[in-house]
Design a binder for this molecule. Structure first.
Ligand code: MD3
Ligand code: FE
Length: 214
């Protein structure tokens, strides 16, 4: 049987764990609008490499938009209303991102998700993100929505303990992943990005994670 052309915009949701849903291609129809919205954000708050509290430079470059932004320095990890580079508030959360996050959360079974923070991660080939938990947010009852753009990645979905076995999940341009509930504190990470050139994004991967941080 030939594939429906609806599949150009993604296949069926895949439940990866009890409260973790992959929405393949969910953002594909809005990539250009997302990139248009990101351009002024990146102009006001360019990607930068932060340092861990232990003084290590992070391989992933990042920035934020929204009322709160995630920062890391010698004082620790936290959400801050201002960009430490510019001293200004982070750029506002673009409406197209807010709406996409709400739609994706609803499609995954989480109603009324209103994020106040978007962490934007930038990966070059070879960049990885080691296994960690997202625990700097105020309310772990709120889900997180992530949007993948550009080069494909393999993310590692672990368990509640760092030592738990991990499943490898391929993430492509336009995929959206939503996780919450009992999966909210699972360990997770990203394997080194394979060399390549994405036809729209070039030699990079950008991941947007929308959160209710405050
Ligand atoms: C969370 N970002 O910014 S998001 C982060 O692709 C972060 O840039 C990654 O982790 C990135 O904190 C991954 C996707 C993801 C996947 C599976 C998870 C996050 C998850 C499972 C449990 C909890
Ligand atoms: Fe994370």
């Amino acid at each position: 049987m030939i594939q429906s052309d609806l599949d150009l915009f993604g296949s069926q949701p895949q439940r990866l764990a009890s409260h973790t849903v992959l929405l393949p291609g969910f953002a594909l129809g809005e990539v250009e609008a997302l990139l248009d919205a990101l351009r002024p954000v990146l102009r006001a708050a360019p990607f930068r490499h932060m340092h861990t509290p232990g003084g290590l430079r992070m391989a992933v470059a990042l920035t934020n938009c929204g009322r709160l932004g995630w920062v890391s320095d010698a004082r620790g990890y936290r959400y801050s209303p201002t960009d430490p580079v510019s001293g200004q508030p982070w750029p506002a959360l673009p409406p197209v991102l807010l709406e996409l996050a709400g739609k994706a959360a609803r499609a995954a079974g989480f109603d009324d998700f209103v994020p106040d923070a978007c962490l934007v991660n930038h990966y070059l080939p070879g960049t990885r993100l080691s296994l960690h938990q997202d625990r700097d947010e105020h309310d772990f009852g709120q889900p997180i929505v992530s949007v993948s753009l550009g080069l494909p990645a393999v993310f590692l979905l672990g368990g509640q303990q760092r030592s738990d076995r991990t499943q490898r999940v391929p993430l492509s341009h336009g995929d959206v992943l939503v996780w919450g509930g009992e999966d909210r504190l699972r360990f997770h990470g990203v394997l080194p990005i394979k060399p390549g050139v994405h036809p729209r994004m070039g030699e990079r991967r950008i991941n947007l994670t929308l959160r209710k941080a405050g």
